[in-house]
Design a binder for this molecule. Structure first.
Ligand code: PLP
Length: 367
């Protein structure tokens, strides 16, 4: 039984007829960029996130860049983690800022508020914190907002892996000054190309973002700001509107799969299974366990045609593009995880039979 680690084609196969109709009607409509479909999706997605405004853009990296530009933050330091998609840091640096790193909490893989506090203590010039809700797990927003607030910095949420995740009754994306989303095909809400969005409840920021994503235009051909081209297209927006009503059920299925993995693997002492923040809704973009013999386990599963992944193999401060950056605080937990982490197959269309095959194969490895 061949099982992929992620399989976005199955989300298309499941709703092929409806999606084909939607795509055909958009193509026949003759309007392809920033039209009614984008507007409808922006409204629906902002509402879903309990935010005032939604602003579509071309991808999640641009969403981060646009928010920093929209806030007028440049030539400054922006704090985040080194154990995230490199896109988080690319967005920071494309906006003309420099990323600096706090360590992660080893239980949740998200930014450690204590380490963030240490980072501010040595570098009080940090103007923004990007809290990444990594793997679908909300970062500890109350504590992060308190630390950032103490130093006068804003908090931006990187929700690229956390569509629909909840933090103590609040939707991820609705707590910081803005939430940045990617709709890359494998995401919990994914389109069939590139796509992204910002949600915010700040009306002035929303207005500026709408201008900045299209050459800084506030009126056609009139640029009030030096903007970029980062537009969401009608096809992707239509696909996202079609898929949004399925997001909660898809997230519930991810939670069921995670619970099945956890219930069956918890007795294997060589594995450290992912923890979930109390009072939160983890949406399991990834199910990431830790294992000291990770490479052997991964090879064993590959032989059985079970796909796995490593998110991420090299922390960002160790990558050539960013390794010259000054490290203000030590990152012992970040340094440790990349040799141990393994992402198991995770997508809503996985059947119980497939999940059980992954489980029994892991059990077989350890017997
Ligand atoms: C945590 C995180 N931030 C940002 C991004 C950037 O999204 P995109 O690939 O749409 O630019 C991603 C997507 O991979 C991500 O996982």
């Amino acid at each position: 039984m061949k099982i992929l680690q992620c399989n976005p084609g199955q989300s298309y196969a499941r709703n092929k007829e409806g999606l084909n109709q939607k795509i055909q009607s958009i193509l026949e409509g003759g309007w392809y960029i920033l039209g009614q479909e984008v507007g409808n999706f922006e409204t629906a997605f902002a509402q879903y996130c309990t935010a005032g405004y939604g602003i579509g853009c071309a991808n999640g990296t641009d969403a981060i860049e646009l928010v920093l530009r929209g806030l007028g933050i440049k030539d400054s330091y922006v704090a985040t983690v080194a154990n995230t998609a490199v896109a988080t840091v690319a967005g920071i640096e494309c906006s003309g800022n420099t990323a600096c790193f706090a360590d992660i909490d080893p239980e949740t893989f998200t930014i450690s508020p204590d380490s963030l506090e240490r980072l501010f203590a040595v570098n009080p010039d940090i103007k923004a914190v990007i809290a990444v809700h990594l793997f679908g797990q909300p970062a500890d927003m109350d504590r992060i907002m308190a630390v950032a607030g103490k130093y006068g910095a804003v908090v931006i949420e990187d929700c690229a892996q956390a569509h629909g995740a909840m933090y103590k009754g609040r939707r991820c994306g609705s707590m910081g000054i803005a939430g940045c989303f990617s709709f890359y095909p494998t995401k919990n809400l994914g389109c069939y190309g590139d796509g992204g969005a910002v949600v915010t409840s700040d009306p002035e920021l929303a207005e500026r973002l709408k201008a900045l994503r299209q050459y800084g235009w506030t009126k056609r051909f009139l640029s009030e700001y030096p903007g970029i081209n980062s537009r969401l297209d009608e096809l992707q927006a239509g696909i996202l509107s079609f898929k949004l009503p399925y997001l909660d059920a898809d997230n519930q299925r991810r939670q069921q799969i995670a619970a099945r993995y956890t219930a069956s693997l918890r007795d294997i002492s060589a594995l450290k299974l992912p923890g979930a923040m109390p009072d939160c809704g983890h949406v399991y973009h990834q199910y990431v366990l830790r294992c000291s013999c990770r490479d052997e386990l991964r090879a064993f599963l590959a032989e059985k045609e079970i796909g796995t992944a490593i998110h991420y193999p090299v922390p960002i401060h160790r990558q050539e593009a960013y390794s010259a950056r000054k490290l203000w605080v030590n990152l012992p937990e970040t340094e440790k995880v990349n040799n141990e982490i393994l992402s198991l197959p995770m997508y809503p269309e996985l059947t119980d039979e497939e999940v059980d095959h992954v489980i029994s194969s892991i059990q077989e490895f350890f017997t």
